[in-house]
Design a protein around this ligand. Structure first.
Ligand code: 13P
Length: 248
């Protein structure tokens, strides 16, 4: 069994006053029997890095540019993040696809930029409620992952995938363990096709209203290798409970 990964995605939340006790509590609870990371907004990354310094805890960004450098106002390159020891970058989160028009091709290019700089991309895929109801779930997630594989096939074993059904994000409506496992199995098969013997080691996280109460059941599924946690990663006791569910 692969060691699980629990990654917090703070989204656009946090403040210096709130971050400090949250990070201190996460640090105090270690060591953990799973990998743990926090993906915070850019201005707070130095604070997270400092709080986790010298420990096995990791930190990551919520996005990175597909460009190396240049006249791209407001963007942050993977090389800049790597200079500070950034371990992960979330790419293709549904909120970026939805509000910033990120296409499958853009997500593939961001994945390539992260990999080129030694940062593990957490590649998000997931269907909307309308797509699920139309029976398109499999087709949508396969198309999203295929674009990433097409550009990054040679090093696809270096990525982390996160299945985040859009209808489950921030809604309190979690996919059932069976629904999640079914999609994870589809993604695993696709990775197997692209990376054969390495596919089993590629982590596929579930994200979407994962919380202290439902984490254990989701994480017990054969192809769920961890969680990408939004709201519950902002509450130390909830985040720690999810971590302990993953360490079982
Ligand atoms: P919630 O856990 O708040 O539903 O968010 C999930 C998510 O989008 C993580 O990236």
């Amino acid at each position: 069994m692969t060691r699980k990964l629990v990654a917090g995605n703070w989204k656009m939340h946090g403040s210096r006053a709130a971050n400090e006790p949250l990070l201190a509590t996460i640090h105090q609870g270690r060591p953990y029997d799973c990998d743990v990371a926090v993906c915070a907004p850019f201005p707070y990354l130095a604070e997270v890095a400092l709080a986790f310094a010298g420990s096995e805890l990791r930190w990551g960004a919520q996005d990175c540019s597909s460009h190396e450098q240049g006249a791209y106002t407001g963007e942050v390159s993977a090389a800049m993040l790597a200079e500070f020891g950034c371990r992960y970058a979330i790419v293709g989160h549904s909120e970026r696809r939805q509000y910033h028009g990120e296409t499958d091709e853009a997500v593939a290019a961001k994945t390539a930029a992260a990999l080129a700089n030694g940062i593990t991309p957490i590649v998000c895929v997931g269907e909307t409620l309308a797509q699920r109801e139309a029976g398109q779930t499999e087709e949508v997630v396969k198309r999203q992952l295929a674009a990433v594989i097409h550009v990054n096939g040679h090093c696809i074993s270096e990525i982390v995938v996160a299945y985040e059904p859009v209808w489950a994000i921030g809604t309190g409506k979690t996919a059932t363990p069976e629904q999640a496992q079914a999609v994870h199995a589809v993604l695993r098969a696709q990775l197997h096709h692209a990376a054969s013997e390495h596919a089993a080691a590629i982590k596929i996280l579930y994200g979407g209203s994962m919380n202290a109460a439902n984490a254990a059941e989701l994480l017990a599924q054969a192809d769920i290798d961890g969680g990408l946690i939004g709201g519950a990663s902002l509450k130390a006791p909830d985040f720690l409970q999810i971590i302990s569910a993953a360490a079982r």
